[in-house]
Ligand binder design. Structure first.
Ligand SMILES: [Zn+2]
Length: 402
């Protein structure tokens, strides 16, 4: 920082400067009136200062004031002595590495001292952080980035469609062993909480996942390592609300529905346990919960078959997936015999699977008007929605009409 900068921005110093000048004036011209001289000088100084300051852009002026007070610290890159890289001086403010610094001098400076990390900074790569040590040094730290085979995001890869069925169900083997985790790929329960609804037929439609109770804003985590295939908002996903679909290294896909917000996007590599979004009640939902699905080749099976949500653990490291698990009548807790038998049963209400039609109540609507418009009766509407015909309708309310 130059002395002129200090004088220009620091009024007491400027006043000193004027006093010195006045003193010199009185020595040269003893008869001058110091008071009027002082006034004239102060006025001239102010005019000079203002004109020079505002002759440049205002923002530049304030930037210069700010810069004048910045203490330019020197930060050193600390590199593991066993590494081949050498120590370099790093000017933090100018972000320029100064290669001319004497390396030996720096090495001596750090010899024998073990720096303690006290903060971390994010980089553009989420699997790489910068650790700041208490002695002003820093180093890159690489987080465990999951190894993802390229084929994972190429084969049957579609980021615009929620369900991608790789193969016909009939061509799948009767059973397949899926190693869920290994020494490098872990797992995580997407959200610890009570299961409020299971994998089953529910209100005449197939519920191909489980509902986990949560509060809006609660964290939701990736179940396994993988790549985000779909991030879709309520507008496009239909009943799922804001939804994330992750394709995992172990061959499964997991769905996370009704999120209030998601923070990953298709193509992102995620690690088991990584925060991917926050729970909510978007889409076809009656209250905040996480709708969680597990699928293989696009076919859903009961997530409770792999996770024990009560203890937050994996039931087994290797999951034997049987074809009859894909039937929505087959759920965890059934014996294989029961499951195989249940899967042969026709769905309890096949018409309900895709035939459900909803209507949003508008101003002036009555139950009889809605019934007439949809070719049904008030009685049927009440039955479908579990309401009485005396129920007061509210604008925006969703009624099932078929
Ligand atoms: Zn659900």
């Amino acid at each position: 920082m130059s002395i002129f900068k200090v004088l220009a921005i620091f009024p007491p110093l400027l006043a000193c400067q004027i006093d010195i000048f006045l003193y010199l004036c009185t020595l040269i011209f003893p008869k001058t009136d110091p008071y009027s001289m002082k006034k004239i000088l102060a006025l001239v100084a102010c005019l000079l200062l203002c004109s020079s300051a505002f002759s440049q852009e205002k923002s530049l002026f304030f930037k210069r004031i700010k810069e004048a007070f910045v203490v330019h610290d020197t930060i050193y890159i600390y590199v593991d002595p066993s590494a081949t890289d050498t120590l370099q001086q790093f000017d933090h403010d100018d972000a320029v590495i100064d290669n001319e610094e004497d390396e030996n001098e720096n090495e001596q400076e750090f010899a024998g001292s073990i720096p303690t990390p006290f903060d971390t900074l994010d980089t553009e790569d989420k699997f790489q952080k910068v650790i700041i040590f208490d002695n002003g040094t820093w180093a890159y730290y690489n987080l465990d980035k999951p190894e993802i085979p390229d084929s994972l995001s190429t084969d049957f890869w579609d980021t615009k469609v929620i369900h991608v069925r790789g193969v016909d169900l009939n061509s799948l083997p009767d059973q397949i062993d899926i190693p869920l985790v290994d020494s490098t790929h872990g797992y995580c329960i997407p959200h610890p909480g009570p299961i409020t609804s299971g994998f089953k037929y529910r209100r005449r439609h197939a519920h191909r996942g489980i509902d986990i109770g949560l509060n809006t804003g609660d964290a939701v985590y990736a179940a396994f390592d993988g790549v985000v295939r779909v991030n879709m908002t309520t507008r496009y996903s239909g009943g799922y609300g804001n939804v994330i679909v992750i394709r995992h290294v172990n061959g499964l896909e997991t769905y996370y529905g009704h999120l209030s917000k998601y923070i990953v996007k298709s193509g992102d590599i995620v690690k088991a346990g990584e925060l991917i979004g926050y729970g909510g009640s978007t889409g076809r939902s009656s209250g905040p919960h996480l709708h969680f699905e597990t699928r293989y080749m696009g076919y859903a099976f009961d997530p409770e078959r792999i996770f024990d949500f009560r203890s937050g653990t994996l039931r087994d490291e290797v999951f034997t997936l049987k074809k009859h698990y894909f039937n929505v009548n087959s759920h965890y807790g059934m014996s294989d015999q029961q499951s195989a038998k249940a899967s042969k049963n026709p769905p309890k209400s096949p018409s309900g699977v895709s035939g459900a039609v909803y209507y949003k109540v508008k101003s002036g609507d009555t139950l009889s008007k809605i019934a007439k418009r949809h070719g049904t009766t008030v009685q049927k509407l009440c039955q479908l929605n579990g309401i009485k015909d005396s129920k007061a309708l509210q604008i925006g309310m969703r009624l099932r009409v078929k």
